[in-house]
Design a protein around this ligand. Structure first.
Ligand code: FMN
Length: 197
């Protein structure tokens, strides 16, 4: 009996010694692309009378892989309409009347499915053209984040955000954003958008 016991212990010992060391397999984690931007669904909506804001909006949409929507006036602005030196021009008349709400050609976008709306326009008389208010007042921006951007001759955003606030529900968040002059690149816009998160 004692012999059998010794034999069994020896067999177990030899068995243990023969166990091959388990190879150290390192499972490389698949490299996932690091998301550089928020997972929020973004829309770039813009109004542009002469094309400057349009270029920025298009590059911003590229940078964010966002949908893009142009706010088009029902009656396009002519050069004469845009003459700010003429106090009787259409833009001067509209901008001097706080309650003017120029009509949009269409309103075929639903903002429901978006978390954040980048809203672009030219600076007119230090603020947003009133058609931007028309757009804001036609949709429900409750709980949405609106990030403003603009192009201008030289002015900054000034009080544009404050000026636009009454056109949205109080539970919408408006970020004053920035004037993005100088044709910023897609990369530069991507960086800027990250600072707005
Ligand atoms: C009626 C009108 C008013 C403007 N007011 C200003 C202004 O107050 N400050 C400024 O820097 N530029 C002003 N500008 C210049 C525009 O903001 C600028 O040219 C802008 O880039 C035009 O954008 P868009 O091509 O997208 O329409 C005005 C232009 C117009 C037509």
């Amino acid at each position: 009996m004692k012999k059998i016991l010794v034999f069994l212990i020896a067999a177990l010992f030899v068995g243990a010694c023969n166990t091959k060391p388990t190879p150290q397999v390192t499972v490389e984690k698949e490299t996932q692309p690091v998301p550089t931007l928020i997972t929020q669904k973004a829309l770039v909506a813009y109004f542009s009378a002469t094309g400057n804001t349009k270029k920025v909006a298009e590059n911003l949409a590229k940078a964010l892989h966002a949908d893009i929507y142009e706010i088009k006036p029902a009656v396009p602005y002519t050069a004469a309409d845009l003459n700010w030196r003429d106090s009787n021009s259409r833009s001067s008349v509209e901008m001097s009347n706080e309650s003017s709400r120029p009509e949009m050609a269409e309103n075929d976008i639903s903002v429901k499915e978006y978390d954040v709306i980048y809203l672009g326009f030219p600076i007119w008389w230090g603020t947003a053209p009133h058609i931007v208010k028309t757009f804001l007042e036609k949709h429900d921006f409750s709980n949405k984040k609106i990030v403003l951007f603009a192009t201008s001759g030289s002015s900054g955003m000034g009080n544009t955000a404050e000026d636009l606030k009454p056109s949205v529900a109080t539970i919408a968040q408006i970020k004053p954003g920035k004037v993005l002059n100088g044709n910023p690149s897609v990369e530069e816009l991507k960086y800027w958008a990250q600072t707005m998160e």
